[in-house]
Design a protein around this ligand. Structure first.
Ligand code: ADP
Ligand code: MG
Length: 694
């Protein structure tokens, strides 16, 4: 089942269902007016405004003629019929259309209740007008149907007005879209509309200008204000080789960059798409609401019939008032706001998150974030910056420190591992020349083996060295423990099957990691560190950060299994890691949270992507999830219970006190209540906009 992106109703994904394809996604619609609102929102809004004006213009004389009957009764009836009929079938056509569409899909919706209710009032009055000789009744209720339809149209108008406000976050993002790019071809600069920019174009950005598309800086440097995309207030320094994001603002420097992503591929388009998708995605609690509402409509019609028949046969209030009892019940209990209860809150919640650099893929991830009990954090690159540096070189067997570094750097030269790069960086800094190894083999999560000249070099962790048949003596073992106790990561080097030394490295803890962990613990979440590093180093870092549970010495391919094990403890587990190395673990968790480095957001693993490297955003995401879901619940409550509470009144609870004449005003109260509940639901969702992360 697909979901109507306008009203949120479920529609079957069949070819004959109304659908519309845009940007590669097919959207399905419950009815023509929803489709029109989606494809041409301004036109639909204009039409709605015109209908409201016409509705009011026709309803005023209807009301006047009904309550101040200056004309002869019979003529008055014909005039009222002439005025009320276009309101019923022209202005109110959308409700019939909605009813047909619902029946076609063997479903019921709010439009069914509206169509039945108003048709009853109109039909009864029409029969009375034209068959006055036959029937013993004189009262007409054309004003009932006209007022209800006009009020409902006003309600829809207010609703679509507030709805446009709800998608403000997306609008804000779209407003970032730059218009002009200075393209450099053969040294000459031309100004072109952004749509003309191609991949691998060279583009010049001057101080204060908006960066037109995504790319990599070739020449020049500057600081860039990325706050609109990442929510990060501080400008970011950029130099050749760094990525820039289209839509962000260049501060003082000028630079040239090569375009890497354009159009739908760009970071900005991907964010907009994610936020929009969140609105029409399914949230588990919504399923319950849908199930209830599928029983709700028929149940209401039955309640209406029972109360009408009851009043007619046993209450003795006459046919007219009995019919009005039916109309009142049907109209009053129509939970019109139901369709927008979930999407309105999701839209505002996802928009608010995006404003803070948190991208949530779909409603289910937003829903689960608030339930997380255990948060597993990858150490390297998540809790630490992932850029270690060499702190100590310890050599044994009389080899020179620099010689150890040289051979280690040669072995590690072709490894992408952060530890490898740290060793290479350190050797370069000391001016040590690094030649190519003759052969090398990387063992993920363990180390590297290489051959250089006649030398066979092994470099890696304890297990790796021991596994290669080398015994670690007492001096070296003690030294290892000493480094680990300091929170350093030592690797052992063996040259030609002989122990040669240790290189110890230390990573810096990420900014705000400590604060984030404190806040997570405060809200009752168990924080776990997961790492391939050795136990002692991991424990030292964990102690510094206040993490109580550590799972260390885990091979990369075993991380996924570690997550599964925690899930078996009957806990809801979220995993935070980098989207590339930890992808299987992120996928195994109930919720994967990854740091999107600002490149390919849509392809990033993980249900939540944090655009800036700040662990505190995990807390913000959880808080927003809690707030959004409670808004959805409030909205569902408002739209269901609100209307249901009035059912007894509509069924005639007040008749014994005020007499059957309460039915003269009840239909209007009902219509008013419905319109109010829609507007209340949207306004309630908009309250989410006031949320500010700590
Ligand atoms: P993490 O979980 O911290 O990202 P890894 O699983 O990548 O760590 O690696 C675990 C351990 O294996 C490292 O702490 C290190 O001791 C050893 N190791 C992995 N790759 C290398 C390498 N290229 N050179 C030396 N040691 C390595
Ligand atoms: Mg890692």
């Amino acid at each position: 089942m697909a979901r109507d992106p306008i009203c949120g109703m479920f529609v079957e994904e069949k070819d004959q269902s109304l659908n519309y394809e845009t940007e590669g996604t097919k959207h399905y619609f419950c009815c023509k007016s929803c489709l029109d609102e989606f494809t041409a929102p301004e036109k639909e809004l204009k039409k709605l405004k015109r209908y409201v004006v016409l509705g009011i213009a026709l309803t005023i004389p209807i009301v006047l003629l009904t309550y101040i009957p200056v004309l002869p009764h019979q003529i008055n009836g014909y005039i009222l019929f002439t005025l009320a009929t276009p309101v019923q079938f022209w202005l109110g056509w959308r409700f019939y259309q909605g009813t047909f569409d619902a029946f076609k899909h063997k479903m019921t919706n709010m439009d069914v209740l509206i169509a039945i209710g108003t048709s009853t009032a109109w039909g009864y009055s029409t029969v009375v007008t034209f068959a006055h000789n036959v029937l013993p009744f004189g009262d007409l209720y054309f004003e009932t149907s006209s007022i209800i339809i006009t009020l409902l149209l006003i309600g829809r108008l207010l609703e679509s007005r507030t709805k446009t406000r709800a998608s403000k976050a997306v609008k804000k993002l779209l407003d970032l879209k730059p218009t002009i790019a200075h393209i450099i071809t053969d040294g000459k600069e031309t100004d072109e509309p952004v749509e003309h920019v191609q991949l691998n174009n060279i583009i010049l950005v001057r101080p204060g200008e908006k960066i037109p598309v995504d790319g990599i800086i070739l020449d020049g440097s500057s600081s860039v204000d990325q706050s609109a995309i990442t929510g990060e207030g501080m400008p970011v320094e950029k130099e050749p080789g760094d990525e820039v994001i289209g839509g962000t603002i260049n501060k003082e420097g000028a630079f040239k960059f090569k375009t890497t992503k354009i159009g739908d591929e760009s970071v900005l388009s991907q964010i907009v798409k994610l936020v929009e998708e969140a609105k029409s995605s399914k949230v588990p609690i919504q399923k319950l609401a849908d199930r209830i509402s599928s029983y709700f409509v028929p149940a209401i019609v039955i309640i209406g019939l029972i109360s009408a028949l009851g009043w007619f046969f046993f209450g003795g209030i006459g046919l007219t008032f009995s019919l009005l009892a039916f109309v009142s019940v049907v109209i009053i209990s129509c939970p019109c706001a139901l369709g927008i209860a979930t999407p309105a809150a999701l839209m505002v919640g996802a928009g608010k998150a995006a404003e803070n650099g948190i991208l949530i893929k779909g409603g289910e991830n937003l829903e689960i974030a608030r339930k997380v009990q255990v948060l597993v954090l990858d150490k390297t690159g998540t809790l630490t910056k992932g850029i270690p540096s060499v702190t100590d070189v310890f050599s044994v067997n009389g080899i020179d420190d620099n010689e150890i570094l040289r051979l280690a750097a040669i072995s590690e030269k072709n490894s992408e591992h952060p530890l490898a790069q740290a060793i290479v960086r350190h050797a370069k800094k000391l001016g040590i020349p690094i030649s190519e190894p003759h052969s090398f083999k990387v063992f993920a999560g363990s180390g590297v083996f290489s051959q250089y000249g006649d030398h066979q070099i092994l470099i890696g962790n304890r297990k790796f060295i021991i596994g290669n048949g080398i015994t670690i003596d007492e001096t070296l073992g003690k030294k290892m423990e000493e480094f680990e106790g300091d929170g350093k990561t030592p690797v052992i080097i063996s040259i030609d099957k002989k122990l040669s030394g240790i290189i110890a490295m230390m990573d810096t803890i990420s900014d705000h990691a400590q604060e984030a962990i404190q806040r997570l613990k405060k809200i009752g979440i168990q924080v776990v560190m997961l790492t391939g590093d050795n136990k002692r180093t991991a424990n030292t870092t964990a102690n510094k950060l206040g993490i109580d549970r550590v799972i260390a010495e885990v091979l990369p391919q075993e991380k996924e299994n570690a997550i599964r094990k925690i899930k078996k403890e009957d806990k809801i587990v979220a995993m935070v890691g980098d989207g590339i190395n930890d992808a299987p673990a992120l996928a195994a968790a109930d919720l994967g949270i990854s740091f999107g480095s600002g490149t390919d957001i849509a392809k990033e693993t993980g249900g939540i992507i944090l655009v800036k490297d700040d662990l505190r955003d995990v807390v913000t995401a959880m808080e927003l999830s809690k707030k959004t879901v409670s808004k959805i619940k409030q909205n569902l409550f408002l739209s269901f219970v609100y209307n249901s509470a009035l059912i007894p009144v509509a069924a005639g609870a007040l008749v014994p006190i005020f007499g059957p004449h309460v039915y003269m005003i009840l239909p209007f109260l009902a219509a008013g209540a419905m319109a109010t509940s829609s507007v209340t639901v949207i306004s309630n969702s908009l309250l989410l906009n006031r949320y500010k992360p700590m």
